[in-house]
Write a protein that binds this ligand. Structure first.
Ligand code: SF4
Length: 400
């Protein structure tokens, strides 16, 4: 393949999928896309079974509400079981089904539009277009229901609802509602709900036709303007971003509640995954902040569910250090790592890690995200203001 003379970037996109796995230092790694973060309890149980029988026994949650399993001895068997579970509907498009959505859309009063039907329509439309099979695996769609919670992700194509309505096909009423189209976070036009998916797909097709070796819209000079000029235009309404709240109990419009579960370092054991499947009626919603939402619980269940989660090492307390904590893969999964950052980060969350300068105090202070990394690349670092704890040959370095 051609190597760009400008960026030096390999044109081949090595983003892992369920079929194109990544050869990590601890074995084959497969990533499974979960559009909108929606996983049925049956699919979650099968994922857990596969992680236990074929992988290292852990389901990793990603910052795009996808999942990955490491240490796979038989990647082909894993892919076959994912396909049988309905998690691999397109072999050609599996790595480009990157669609995040407001996790409580259609359930929470904070949104103005139920975007779940739009997620399904966008996923189907994406898989139907042969040209979009070659989108970069990093390309991201986001559907915000008006809450503003996924706006901060800087998706390549975002549809953000700003007026009330139901998408086409919704059993409850007339199509309606308007959404703002954002490209690389920049508002470029307004679209109706019934036109929104077609416009999002057209934006992706336009990017694909002009991208050269760019992987993201933001990497393309004047990318948002060059794509927008080829789409229908109307004045955009600038949406307001909101910080997502991690952990706790959320009311639903139907009187039920959802419990948001903080998973330490986004690593779910098979036993924890089985428990989550047992605690919720039909599905879980993975969030881009690597928590798992358990929706549709009767309010009286919130207390017992929270207690069961705590007993399994899962967290719902928003004040927990785990609500702020993330870490890259580190040793032994990454050959570049200078430390086992996940083990060190967990020790810090539990005890403050005496002996590491500056770190005990950091744990006691309220504040923003704390990201641990095994080298300067700082993979998986959250966006925005972050305290970095980076491994160096001489120990960890803390910077704000
Ligand atoms: S930050 Fe460095 S050590 Fe951590 S996963 Fe990335 S490359 Fe590996």
């Amino acid at each position: 393949m051609v190597i760009s003379s400008v960026s030096g970037r390999a044109a081949r996109d090595a983003c892992p999928g369920a079929l194109q796995v990544h050869a990590a230092a601890d074995g084959a790694l497969a990533r499974v896309r979960v559009p909108g973060g929606a996983l049925t309890t049956d699919a979650l149980r099968e994922l857990a079974a596969c992680a236990g029988e074929l992988g290292n026994g852990v389901i990793e949650l990603t910052s795009r509400a996808n999942v990955q399993v490491r240490g796979l001895a038989d990647p082909a068997a894993f892919a076959a079981r994912m396909a049988a579970a309905g998690l691999l509907p397109s072999a050609t498009h599996e790595r480009v089904r990157n669609i995040v959505a407001s996790p409580l859309s259609g359930r929470s009063a904070t949104g103005v539009l139920d975007v779940r039907p739009l997620v399904a329509a966008l996923d189907a439309g994406l898989c139907e277009r042969p040209a979009l099979a070659d989108l970069p695996g990093r390309f991201l769609f986001a559907l915000d229901d008006g809450t503003g919670d996924v706006l901060g992700l800087g998706a390549d194509v975002t549809l953000a609802a700003h007026s009330v309505g139901h998408p086409v096909g919704h059993p409850g009423g007339h199509p309606g509602g308007d959404l703002t189209l954002l490209l690389a976070g920049e508002p470029v036009s307004s679209v109706t709900a019934d036109a929104a998916v077609a416009v999002a797909l057209a934006a992706a097709e336009t990017f694909q036709s002009i991208r050269g070796d760019a992987w993201r819209v933001a990497e393309l000079p004047d990318g948002p303007a060059r794509i927008a000029e080829r789409l229908p235009r109307s004045a955009p309404v600038a949406p307001a971003a909101a910080d997502p709240r991690k952990g706790g109990v959320f009311p639903q419009v139907d009187g039920r509640v959802a419990v948001d579960v903080i998973v330490p370092l986004g690593r779910l054991t098979t036993a924890q995954a089985g428990l989550l499947a047992d605690l919720t009626p039909a599905e879980v919603r993975l969030t881009p902040w690597r928590t798992v939402m358990l929706p549709d619980l009767v309010p009286e269940a919130a207390g017992p569910v929270t207690a069961a989660l705590a007993g399994a090492g899962l967290v719902t307390d928003t004040a927990s250090p785990y609500a702020r904590l993330s870490a890259c893969t580190g040793r032994p999964g990454c050959a570049k790592a200078l430390a086992d950052v996940q083990a060190d980060a967990l020790r810090w969350a539990e005890s403050g890690t005496p002996g590491l300068p500056g770190l005990p105090e950091l744990r006691e202070q309220p504040g923003g995200p704390v990201h641990w990394a095994g080298c300067e690349r700082r993979c998986g670092r959250p966006r925005g203001r972050v305290t970095d704890v980076v491994a160096t040959p001489g120990g960890y370095r803390v910077s704000h």
